[in-house]
Write a protein that binds this ligand. Structure first.
Ligand SMILES: Nc1ncnc2c1ncn2[C@@H]1O[C@H](COP(=O)(O)OP(=O)(O)O)[C@@H](O)[C@H]1O
Ligand SMILES: O=P(O)(O)OC[C@H]1O[C@](O)(COP(=O)(O)O)[C@@H](O)[C@@H]1O
Length: 330
């Protein structure tokens, strides 16, 4: 093995740059040529790349986003697209690829295996933390901290106006961000895709808190929860008949969608450290012959998991955290 390629794909996540830096520096340290493919699978099909030198990755640790850019590509989902991408890698004599991305990127790698002859290794880069085989994904901690900073501000207004705020965080299919943000932001209720909750019981629980002296409340909603996003939850709440519980005035509710702010910004130390460790580990394992695996960290140890398991095995939200969220918000 002489030449490896690194790329970022799918939703960007803070810490991806630290991962690129670690892959490039480890590769060069062990005497490899490292190239950076631009714009994920899109750039791989178009043959867009640059040779990565040591100093290209200088001063990167503190920057959000990804210097290699990223994309979501429909063409790569076709066999013709994957063949084009493999032809490019074969023409450049690339012996192994290091992919940094989320669930979709890794699903793409499983398909790509049939087309590309070299070795394939993946790093978990997504704010969603929804990959099996790692306790945390690169970007998750920063996204949680960013959402929490917003919620701390919103809670000032909630307290001053004695309001209910329904705040939507990212997570189309998973509630990791919502649960962590909810516990740390002191949410009365957390709605996530993994748990079916009735809105009536959510609001009834909220009102029981007001009866015990609360004068403001926070509901954290993951964007993909069954009741919909924050604005849908707000509309449905308005339609509930709460006159018996709280009189004719109802609840004074507002909805906020935090959105893509959660994907950007300076990575917190945890994401830089995780990305640095996993980037180094990935290249070392690639050199040793690892293939079709994702690197991750479980109980502080770097581990390998087949990409198939990382994608298809379900990482569950910790039931202890759900219990903590419920008990600590009474
Ligand atoms: N089943 C699939 N087959 C081939 N490529 C896929 C498949 N699923 C996803 N991809 C590729 O991976 C890209 C990134 O996936 P996406 O879900 O958008 O982001 P993420 O990796 O952050 O979850 C997609 O735009 C697509 O090109
Ligand atoms: O950037 P887009 O296309 O609006 O994507 C939004 C989605 O990306 C995420 O932020 C991250 O998900 P992925 O890393 O799996 O792409 C999701 O939480 C959200 O649903």
């Amino acid at each position: 093995m002489k030449k490896i390629a690194v790329f970022t794909s799918g939703g960007d996540a803070p810490g991806m740059n630290s991962a690129i830096r670690a892959v490039v520096r480890t590769g060069i340290h062990y005497g490899f040529e490292v190239i950076g493919i631009m714009r994920g699978y899109q750039g791989m099909m178009a043959g867009e790349y640059k040779k990565m030198e040591l100093r290209i990755v200088s001063n990167l640790l503190k920057h959000g986003g990804t210097i290699l850019k990223t994309s979501r590509s429909k063409e790569f989902m076709t066999d013709a697209g994957k063949q084009k991408a493999a032809d490019f890698l074969h023409s450049q004599e690339i012996d192994g690829i290091v992919a940094i991305g989320g669930n979709g990127t890794l699903t793409g790698l499983l398909e790509f295996r049939k087309f590309y002859k070299g070795k394939i290794i993946a790093l978990p880069g997504t704010i969603d933390n929804d990959l099996y085989g790692t306790d945390n994904t690169i970007g998750f901690h920063t996204a949680v901290q960013t959402a929490l900073d917003v919620i701390d501000k919103i809670k000032d207004t909630a307290a001053s106006h004695e309001r209910v705020f329904i705040v939507e965080v990212m997570g189309a299919h998973s509630g990791f961000v919502a649960v962590h943000v909810g516990i740390c932001g002191g949410a009365e209720e957390i709605l996530i895709p993994e748990v079916n909750t009735s809105l009536l019981s959510t609001v009834t629980h909220l009102i029981s808190g007001w009866r015990k002296g609360k004068t403001s409340s926070l509901i954290v909603v993951a964007e993909g929860c069954a009741e919909g996003g924050a604005y849908q939850v707000l509309e449905k709440t308005k339609q509930l008949d709460l006159s018996v519980e709280i009189g004719s005035d109802g609840l004074d509710c507002r909805a906020v969608v935090i959105g893509h702010i959660q994907r950007g910004g300076t990575p917190v130390y945890f994401d830089r450290l995780l990305a640095s460790k996993l980037g180094l580990f990935a290249v070392e394992k690639l050199i040793e012959g690892a293939d079709n695996v994702m690197v991750g960290e479980i109980d502080n140890k770097c581990v390998l998991t087949p990409i198939e398991d990382a994608v298809y095995k379900k990482k569950a939200v910790d039931p202890f955290l759900l219990k903590a969220a419920e008990i600590l918000s009474i």
